[in-house]
Design a protein around this ligand. Structure first.
Ligand code: MCN
Ligand code: CUM
Length: 789
């Protein structure tokens, strides 16, 4: 396989993104751009309470509002058998609350009207009689035997608020290693909280559902990261035949995991269209998006490392309390890919590890599912990188040296981790050395010492993370029995131009460009000659969608292999036309020629034309292929990030002076696209480190339900990202590529937190939980007597 990697031309080119031609002209088509004749508009009545019984819903006044056509309640859905929808875990989620609400903003009724305004007026006129109940916001209190039971509907299987206890690793061996370290080495312990945050895509969620009564066909334009999977879920929820459901995910304005689950609004719009026989549009507003759709993180972690006195790590022990909110939308670590927490041993050669997670319900919006990539990779990576720094701090060692000492060595791959996952390839020391050289680490340490002597606060933070992406081999893991494959169909037209369709769905990642590059490289064409389509379930081959940075690892592999099938057939046609055996042919990009007679050859264009006009009698005419690819393993990209901060002693403001990011995602298809992914991803790693937190008060009220209170960084707050790369191909991927879309978000926060803690380590600061707001930092400075006037 490795020799083939070098045979590709076109890969590695910073080819300009094809999709930008329409985006920069404002000619993209997003769900809200879809206008259909006679279309109705939906809006949702949401609960103002975090926990309450619903005594009555009176929609009589709402029905009098001019333009209001229907009000759908949970009871209506229940009567139709549609009150509950599947999540990505074992739980079911209420589409509309029937007799109780479990979080603020929960969906209670759906108003359908002839305009968006009339629908909003109708929502205001629905009279819901609530009886407030005691609220559980703190997950620790959810486990209190006195705590109110939040999910009486699950009482038989789940008598408390605990959803599950999950564990992995060898507990006895790990405990023995800790006992030994207590005697002869060191044990470090730290509590870490990773706050609940929200993906905040520019485009909120929404859909247009159009049920055609005469044909029985339902078409749904949907903000979806996984159109085929959503089609299957709709078929299951609504009981409609799957071939009469068409999901079209048009241009999507960012997903970041937010558009992986299905949401009640989608189901309501479908029900409303089926009932009224008219198209129904539902587009949520910003506060609805922040308050009620897919959040991530919210992990309370206690981590411990057992090491020898020299800092060689031996064992890792982690206990987590996971707050899943009212419904367990996903993130059950036993289920793949929601539980990629197994990567928590990181880049280090731990001999033993034991990890357990207790998950609980609280009166918060459901989820714990995704956000670049909280299939628990961000949490895992944050904890190990914080712990390595804490170990270095406690031993008085340089954090870079401690890491170099403990890395899994390049020759140890494929590497079986203590939690039994096989890392495909890596060169961690290569990446860290490059980052240290680029940023002149030694000089920075010297500068820090000088500044410290002058009373200035400067910190250097390192994160040498290992990611795990590419959901991911269906033979070993499953979500509800579905294999985790993906697909590509390549169709070469007679003139040698190509139409390809893929089973994954871009939300801004540039698949129309990079997947064209893969095919172009395999067939020796220009990427201009290849158009890539996706997102329409009536035309694209079945695929499981884009998340867990799986498009390149899985669909990218399918794409290369489909193109190779095409090339194999073209070879047979070439042999026929050139009247030689296939074994006498050689391939150079774009052309087969006869060995030893390079002038005698046929271009891929010649062969495409012949496929439709002069095909050998023993072959079917045409030149196309489809590949469904179920990968043998996940891919394990990695990186080394170094962050330099200065802290203002007057205000507690943290200023990121430099941030050097070295990433390794194996073979790079398009360096410009990858750099764009890294810039965006680093900014989304900066966000939770410094600004974002989806906080609730004790009554379950959302404290940051809009962009004035929920602080996403703008260009003003974003530092200049410096990037570089090493290339360690994946040995099992056809072109050696690993995913990269989530790496920077996974790797960045801990580099920033490590830098801030490093700046304050000399006064005894050992840890600060995110977000590192000026107020939080200033209070620490004050406590340590460091504030200046
Ligand atoms: N790429 C490449 N060479 C590689 C790896 C990737 O050129 N070795 C290219 C890919 O071909 C693709 C892009 O980089 O065009 C990202 O690829 P990949 O890592 O495979 O990730 P996915 O395409 O599967 O995207 C998903 C990932 C996830 S899960 C989140 S969350 C996220 C992210 O991508 N959401 C995004 N990046 C995002 N970027 C934008 N603009 N919008 C989102 O919603
Ligand atoms: Cu992990 S968030 Mo992305 O997988 O859509």
């Amino acid at each position: 396989m490795a020799s083939e990697i070098h045979a590709h031309h076109g890969l590695g080119e910073p080819y300009k993104r094809k999709e930008d031609a329409r985006f920069i002209r404002g000619q993209g088509t997003y769900v809200d751009d879809v206008q259909l004749p006679g279309m109705l508009y939906g809006d949702i009545v949401r609960s103002p309470y975090a926990h309450a019984l619903i005594r009555n819903i009176d929609s009589s006044e709402a029905m009098k509002v001019p333009g209001v056509v229907a009000v759908i309640t949970g009871k209506d859905l229940e009567a139709a058998g549609l009150a509950w929808m599947p999540t990505l875990s074992a739980d079911m989620e209420a589409v509309l609350a029937v007799d109780r609400v479990l979080y603020q903003m929960q969906e209670v009724a759906f108003v359908v009207a002839t305009s968006r305004y009339a629908a909003a007026d109708g929502v205001a006129a629905v009279d819901v009689d609530y009886e407030p109940l005691p609220v559980v916001v703190d997950p620790k209190k959810a486990l209190d035997p006195e705590a109110p039971l939040l999910r009486p509907d699950k009482k038989e299987k789940q008598p408390t608020n605990q959803i599950y206890h999950w564990e992995t690793g060898d507990e006895d061996a790990t405990n023995a290693a800790f006992a030994e370290a207590e005697r002869n080495g060191v044990v470090i312990k730290q509590d870490l909280y990773i706050p609940r945050i929200h993906p905040a895509p520019i485009e909120t969620c929404g859909c247009v559902a159009n049920y055609h009564k005469a044909t029985g066909k339902l078409t749904v334009w949907l903000t979806s990261q996984a159109p085929h999977a959503h089609r299957t879920l709709f078929a299951m929820v609504a009981g409609l035949p799957e071939h009469r459901i068409r999901i079209i995910s048009p241009d999507v304005g960012g997903g970041f995991g937010n558009k992986v689950p299905i949401y009640p609004g989608y189901v309501c719009a479908v029900v409303a269209s089926v009932t009224t026989g008219k198209p129904v549009k539902w587009i949520e507003d910003r506060s609805e998006n922040i308050g009620s759709t897919g959040f991530a993180r919210d992990y309370h972690i206690h981590a411990e490392i057992a090491a020898d006195k020299d800092g060689m790590v031996n064992a890792l022990r982690v206990h987590t309390l996971a707050d899943h909110g009212a419904f367990d939308a996903a993130a059950q670590p036993t289920k793949f890919p929601a539980g990629l927490f197994h990567i928590c041993t990181g880049s280090y050669d731990f001999k033993h590890a034991f990890v357990d997670v207790d998950a609980v319900h609280t009166n918060k919006a459901p989820g714990g599912i995704a956000y670049r990539c909280s299939f628990r990779v961000t949490e895992a990576s944050y904890l190990i990188e914080r712990m390595m720094d804490t170990l270095a701090h406690d031993l008085g060692k340089d954090p870079a040296q401690l890491r170099l000492q403990n890395f899994i060595k390049p020759e140890a791959f494929p590497y079986r981790s203590a939690l039994n996952w096989t890392f495909d390839s890596g060169n961690y020391e290569g990446a860290l050395h490059l980052a240290m050289k680029n940023i002149d680490y030694e000089a920075l340490r010297q500068e820090q010492a000088e500044k410290r002597a002058r009373g200035e606060l400067m910190g250097i933070g390192i994160s040498t993370f290992t990611e795990i992406v590419g959901a991911g081999p269906g033979k070993h893991f499953d979500i509800a029995g579905i294999q985790m494959f993906d697909s590509c169909e390549v169709r070469v037209h007679p003139t040698g131009k190509v139409l390809a369709r893929i089973g994954v769905q871009t939300q801004g990642q540039g698949h129309e460009t990079t997947f064209a590059q893969i095919i172009a490289a395999e067939l020796g064409l220009s990427p201009d000659d290849v158009d890539v389509e996706h997102g329409d379930t009536d035309t694209a081959p079945y695929g499981l969608g884009t998340y867990a940075s799986r498009s390149t690892p899985v669909a990218g592999a399918a794409t290369a292999l489909a193109a190779r099938k095409v090339r194999e057939k073209a070879k047979k046609i070439a042999a026929y036309l050139l009247e030689v055996g296939e074994e006498d042919l050689e391939w150079e990009p774009g052309r087969f020629f006869v060995k030893g007679a390079p002038a005698k050859g046929k271009t891929i264009q010649d062969l495409a034309f012949a496929a439709y006009t002069n095909c050998p009698p023993y072959l079917e005419p045409g030149l196309e292929a489809v590949n469904y690819y179920d990968p043998p393993n996940l891919t394990y990209p990695f990186g080394a990030y170094i962050c330099v901060v200065d802290i203002d002693r007057g205000t507690g403001m943290v200023h990121i002076r430099r941030f050097m990011a070295v990433d390794d995602c194996g073979t790079v298809i398009n360096p410009m696209v990858v750099e764009g992914q890294i810039h965006g991803g680093l900014t989304q790693g900066l966000a939770p480190a410094m600004y974002e937190e989806l906080a609730y008060d004790a009554d379950g009220n959302i404290l940051a339900g809009n962009f004035q209170d929920y602080l996403i960084p703008t260009a003003m707050e974003t530092p200049l990202w410096e990037t570089d790369r090493t290339v360690t191909p994946s040995p099992h991927h056809p072109i050696g590529a690993k995913g990269v879309g989530e790496s920077p978000t996974v790797g960045a926060p801990q580099a920033i937190v490590n830098a801030v803690v490093d700046a304050l380590a000399h006064v005894g600061v050992r840890h600060i939980d995110m977000p590192l707001t000026p107020w939080k930092v200033w209070n620490i400075l004050k406590e340590k007597g460091l504030t200046s006037d």
